[in-house]
Write a protein that binds this ligand. Structure first.
Ligand SMILES: *Cc1c(COP(=O)(O)O)cnc(C)c1O
Length: 373
């Protein structure tokens, strides 16, 4: 019987069999010809890595057990004890926590560059600085980095540019084409898209860096399981369609919030008033994604009332699923920052982050109207 499934089956196995020593020699002699052990490589995780690699235009990719594992792998691929990294001050809270609480213990130090100074790194660079970590679209203020300019500035100082492209997805921006050296994703978010997977992926422009990433994935055990990989591949197939709907809905929601008397400010790159609107339009080929944040009065009671009344935007501290949700940066992703850092970044009591899903837009607008009312 010949079985030829259209879709890659789930190779739910931790290990693969060999008939004899010749096959074992083939495994080592012809890399990529066979599988040995799923932590080292599995058809499902390779399918995911290859699909994202293709979208990002890289030399190769590694699927990881989470977005955090992807960030960790990217930094370890470029740094060792004694090295220093620069990090955009507007960064995912988990990234700064990893740098401050763990990588510091391994002798890798970090300093933070305010958004306004990202293109003038001279005063931040040390002789041991190896890379800059930044996000295409920052969380939670949705500030957009000019990646072409940032890559040029990094390379001028001999640094690698590592881009967390989670908020944009490769549909909206492909950082490697703009000069970045490494791009990574929390696959948990748009790439999977259905809030049912925890995964990550890291892609490099250079073959040698890809080889480093593979080794780090295997030795530190950061690689992804077959089932999670399979789910992520399934989600990825609709990424282009989903991003179109997320972007369309989010622009309408942002325009609605911008006009609402209870809303003091809306941060969405698709709005004309956004400080990097023109850049976002150019870099994102006219799509701006589904993420935004907005400012209510800086009063916890006002925020609570909105959260309690909202039906279509449940509080769920993640993002990028097909179903809408909201998050509260001060209490979740940016909780570990000092009050001063929170104030500096503009993460205040009234700031609410929305992840706009792909539901019928009238339902989302009606829900927001009643929740704010
Ligand atoms: C969620 C997220 C991460 C971390 O990813 P996990 O899959 O939760 O480990 C990293 N960067 C950004 C921008 C994120 O939103």
């Amino acid at each position: 019987m010949k079985i030829t499934p259209k879709i890659t089956p789930i190779y739910q196995t931790s290990v693969f069999k060999f008939d004899d020593l010749n096959e074992l020699e083939q495994y080592f002699g012809e890399p990529g010809s066979r599988y040995l052990y799923s932590r080292n490589g599995n058809p499902n995780s390779d399918e995911l890595a290859e699909a994202v690699n293709k979208l990002e235009g890289g030399a190769g990719a590694v699927a990881t057990g989470s977005g955090m594992a992807a960030i960790f792998a990217a930094i370890l691929a470029c740094c060792q004890a004694g090295d220093h990294v620069l990090c955009a001050a507007d960064i995912y809270g988990g990234s700064s926590a990893l740098l401050n609480a763990e990588l510091s213990r391994m002798g890798i130090t970090a300093s933070y560059v305010p958004f306004e100074q990202l293109y003038e790194l001279a005063e931040f660079v040390q002789p041991t600085t190896r890379l800059l970590l930044a996000e295409t679209i920052s969380n939670p203020l949705l500030r957009v980095a000019d990646l072409r300019r940032l890559a040029a500035e990094c390379h001028r100082h001999g640094l690698k540019l590592v881009v967390d492209n989670t908020f944009a997805s490769p549909v909206i921006t492909q950082p490697l084409a703009l000069g970045a050296d490494i791009v990574l994703h929390s696959v948990t978010k748009y790439i999977s898209g259905h809030s049912d997977v925890t995964a990550g992926v890291v892609v490099a422009a250079d073959e040698e860096v890809v080889a480093r990433l593979r080794q780090i994935g295997i030795f530190y055990g950061l690689t992804l399981s077959p089932m999670e990989s399979w789910l992520a591949v399934r989600g990825l197939k609709t990424l282009r369609l989903r991003m179109r709907e997320h972007s369309r809905n989010a622009l309408i929601v942002a325009q609605f919030l911008e006009q609402h008397p209870k809303v003091r400010q809306v941060n969405y790159p698709g709005l004309d008033a956004h400080p990097q609107h023109a850049l976002a339009a150019e870099q994102g080929a006219g799509q701006f994604g589904g993420m935004m944040s907005f400012l209510l009065d800086d009063d916890a009671e006002v925020v609570n009332a909105f959260m309690q009344r909202s039906r279509r935007f449940p509080f769920a501290p993640s993002l990028a699923g097909v179903d809408s949700s909201l998050s509260y940066p001060l209490g979740t992703s940016h909780r570990s920052l000092t009050t001063e850092q929170q104030q500096q970044l503009g993460i205040t009591v009234g700031l609410v982050r929305l992840s706009v899903g792909i539901e019928p837009i009238e339902e989302l607008l009606a829900d927001l109207a009643q929740a704010l009312g």
